[in-house]
Write a protein that binds this ligand. Structure first.
Ligand code: DGL
Length: 266
C-alpha cells in the first residue's frame, strides 16, 4: 500500500486521455498532473530539448514525492524515457509498450498504422516495439506535423474545418492501405478520434496510447501492492505552464467534470 500520489506528465492536454482512465479505474488515487502547454509542441523540438524539458517536468512532479510517473506523452516516452530513468529513481511508465501490445492484439489483418509526432516516428520505438511482439506484422508509420498543436488549440471536433482538413491531409496515406488498426501514438490524438473515424472509417480500430498506458500503470501498481489503501482521498492537482483557463476548459469537456483549480507553473 502506498498513499503517495501518481504523477502524470505531458507536453499539454494530451495526458488527459490517460488521466481520464486513471480517474475511472483508480478513483481513490491522488493524481498530480503537469502539462507543459506553454512550450509545446514537443513534437517540433530536438531530442535534446525534449529531454531537457521532460527532466524539468519530471523534477517538478518529483518534488511532490510521487510514487510513479506516467509519461502520458508519446514524444517523451520515445525520446526521453531513458534520460529520465538515468536521473530519477521513481518508476516511469511510458505509453509505448502498452500501446504496441494492444495494437498487436487488436489487428486481424496483421497490418497496423501508427501515427505520432515526427520525433516519435523518427525514433523507431513504436516500430521496434511492434516488431518485437510479432515479426509478421506490417507497420505503416506516419508523423503528423501539427495535430498535437491543433488539438491543444481546441480544434478536434467533428465539424471543425481545420481538424477535418488536417486529418484528410495527414491520413491520406492510410486510405486503401489495408490496415485494420491505427495506433494513436500521441496522447493528443484520441481527441481527434471521431474526425479520424469519419475519414478512415469506424471499422478501423483506434488504439489510444494514453488509455493503454493508464491501464498499464494501474496493473504495475497493483502487482507491486503500491495502490492507495481504501481510505485514499482521490485528490487532484492540475498544473500547466500555459493558460490555465484554456487548460481548465478543455479538461472540463474532456473529463466530463469541472476541475478546480488549475495552477500555473514553470
Ligand atoms: N501528447 C504529446 C505526445 O503524446 C504531444 C507532443 C507534442 O507536444 O508535440 O506526443
Amino acid at each position: 500500500m502506498d498513499n503517495r500520489a501518481i504523477g502524470v506528465l505531458d507536453s499539454g492536454i494530451g495526458g488527459l486521455t490517460s488521466a481520464k482512465v486513471l480517474e475511472e479505474i483508480l478513483p481513490r488515487e491522488d493524481i498530480i498532473y503537469f502539462g507543459d502547454s506553454r512550450r509545446m509542441p514537443y513534437g517540433g523540438r530536438t531530442r535534446d530539448e525534449i529531454c531537457e524539458m521532460s527532466l524539468q517536468g519530471a523534477a517538478f512532479l518529483e518534488s511532490f514525492d510521487v510514487k510513479a510517473i506516467l509519461l502520458a506523452c508519446g514524444t517523451i516516452s520515445t525520446n526521453a524515457a531513458d534520460a529520465l530513468r538515468a536521473v530519477f529513481k521513481t518508476p516511469f511508465i511510458g505509453v509505448v509498450d502498452a500501446a504496441c501490445a494492444a495494437a498487436a492484439r487488436a489487428t486481424r489483418a496483421k497490418k497496423i498504422g501508427v501515427i505520432a509526432t515526427p520525433p516519435s516516428i523518427a525514433s523507431g520505438v513504436y516500430e521496434r516495439g511492434l516488431a518485437g511482439l510479432d515479426g509478421d506484422l506490417t507497420v505503416i508509420t506516419h508523423g503528423c506535423t501539427n495535430f498535437a498543436e491543433m488539438v491543444e488549440q481546441g480544434h478536434f471536433r467533428v465539424g471543425d474545418e481545420l481538424a477535418e482538413r488536417e486529418v484528410r491531409r495527414e491520413l491520406r496515406c492510410f486510405l486503401g492501405s489495408g490496415i485494420d488498426t491505427l495506433l494513436l501514438g500521441c496522447t493528443h490524438y484520441p481527441l481527434l478520434s471521431e474526425v479520424i473515424a469519419q475519414y478512415l472509417g469506424s471499422e478501423i480500430r483506434q488504439i489510444s496510447a494514453g488509455v493503454e498506458a493508464a491501464r498499464a500503470l494501474a496493473a504495475y501498481l497493483r502487482q507491486r501492492e503500491m495502490l492507495a489503501d481504501g481510505e485514499g482521498a482521490g485528490r487532484r492537482l492540475w498544473y500547466t505552464s500555459g493558460d490555465t483557463h484554456t487548460f481548465g476548459h478543455t479538461a472540463d469537456i474532456f473529463l466530463g467534470h469541472h476541475i478546480v483549480p488549475v495552477q500555473k507553473i514553470l
